[in-house]
Ligand binder design. Structure first.
Ligand SMILES: NC(=O)c1ccc[n+]([C@@H]2O[C@H](COP(=O)([O-])OP(=O)(O)OC[C@H]3O[C@@H](n4cnc5c(N)ncnc54)[C@H](O)[C@@H]3O)[C@@H](O)[C@H]2O)c1
Ligand SMILES: O=c1ccn([C@@H]2O[C@H](COP(=O)(O)OP(=O)(O)O[C@H]3O[C@H](CO)[C@H](O)[C@H](O)[C@H]3O)[C@@H](O)[C@H]2O)c(=O)[nH]1
Length: 327
């Protein structure tokens, strides 16, 4: 069976990708330094511990498995942390990706699926975003991802590297079997933070800003189920294997929900109130990020199945109740 090198395969999205790759006839080889990931999440193929910046280790792993492609998830990805410590983001995300890309090209592995983000767009004043929207990242995280996109284009021009770039909106939910799920320490993402507040693991959810120019004053995001997202990755891999070249695709549901609407949906799904309080705006947050593109559906044949807000929260809740991985 063909091998796929999955950087960040011990993390939230990467581990779900490994599950879907394994059932699609590939052997996912996880390459991860466990900085934010979990060895317990690596259940669907071999694990190679290593850092993106360790070129010798990468060369060894490419030589050992001769992967047909790389799925590159490994990165730091918290907006708040990127505002406080931009150097950490430029070094890990950009320098790490450069080392990986050079190693892939040297090994003759010229297909890459890359995790980018809607944070490359920044705030576009209430516009729904398609792949050609202007880019103005508001933080070092989004800027680091935009730089990697540029890097991939340069390596395509000079070395024939083909890249499918996916710009994710807000990824949510968990494996419906609850075998794997989202587990960040500390957790910063809205839905798992809400579930922690419901369970009393934190006193309350702080709503970051209630004075935005939106119908209820809170930020609007487009949530996409992690299983739908990783299904798109397998389609992207097949696109590359079919020799269709590089492409950029938004991955979102096209529907925006405010923070208050997500809180209400969590109450409806769990039957429990979400303890919450109003707080100041969080630096680096865009007001509204919603995908306005059907390119992935049109060109890849992608059909999201589980990206209803209630289903995403129900799957995250089921995983949360099973009990997350522990350090
Ligand atoms: N979660 C979201 O909503 C979201 C949205 C847009 C984009 N993304 C992107 O998706 C990707 C995966 O995000 P996630 O939520 O699964 O994050 P995660 O933190 O759960 O997973 C990232 C994984 O990468 C590993 N890693 C980080 N730096 C590494 C390095 N230098 N060498 C080796 N391994 C390293 C971590 O240990 C972790 O297992 C990231 O690139 C992120 O920017 C996520
Ligand atoms: O405790 C919290 C956590 C979040 N929020 C709000 O909930 C919304 C979603 O916040 P998340 O932290 O869950 O997600 P982000 O939109 O900040 O970030 C996500 O989208 C980004 C693009 O903007 C990046 O791609 C990032 O990796 C991905 O997690 C935001 O309006 C945020 O202000 C709160 O009010 N309280």
């Amino acid at each position: 069976m063909p091998h796929v090198l999955v950087t960040g395969g011990a993390g939230y999205i990467g581990s779900h990708a490994c599950k879907v790759l394994a059932r699609s006839g590939y052997v996912p080889v996880t390459y991860d330094n466990l900085s934010t990931g979990w060895q317990e999440a690596v259940q669907f193929g071999p694990f190679e511990k290593g850092d993106l910046e360790d070129r010798a280790r990468l060369d060894e792993v490419f030589a050992r498995y001769a992967p047909v492609a790389v799925m590159h998830f490994a990165a730091f990805s918290q907006v708040g942390e990127a505002m406080a410590n931009p150097g950490k983001y430029w070094r890990n995300n950009v320098c790490g990706s450069l080392t990986l890309i050079e190693a892939a090209v040297a090994a003759g592995c010229l297909n890459m699926v890359f995790s980018s983000t809607c944070a490359v767009y920044g705030d576009q004043d209430g516009v729904t975003l398609d792949e050609d929207s202007a880019q103005a990242p508001l933080n070092a995280y989004g800027a680091s991802k935009r730089a990697i996109e540029d890097m991939l284009r340069d390596f395509e021009a000079s070395h024939g590297l083909n890249a499918v770039i996916f710009r994710y909106f807000n990824v949510a939910g968990a494996d419906p079997d609850a075998q794997i799920g989202e587990n960040h320490v500390p957790e910063t993402h809205l839905i798992p933070v809400m579930l922690e507040a419901i369970e009393g693991k934190r006193p309350a959810l702080t709503v970051f800003g209630t004075d935005y120019d939106t119908p209820d004053g809170t930020c609007i995001r487009d949530y996409i189920h992690v299983m739908d997202l990783v299904d798109a990755h397998v389609l992207g891999l097949k696109w590359l294997e079919a020799g269709k070249g590089s492409g950029v695709f938004n991955l979102g549901s096209g529907t925006g929900y405010s923070v208050r609407e997500v809180i209400e949906a969590a109450r409806a799904v769990t039957g429990r109130a979400v303890p919450h309080e109003q707080g100041p705006r969080r630096g680096g947050d865009a007001v509204r990020l919603v995908s306005g593109s059907l390119r992935a559906e049109r060109e890849l044949g992608w059909r999201p199945q589980r990206s209803d807000l209630g289903v995403m929260i129900a799957d995250a809740w089921k995983w949360y109740q099973r009990g997350p991985y522990r350090r």
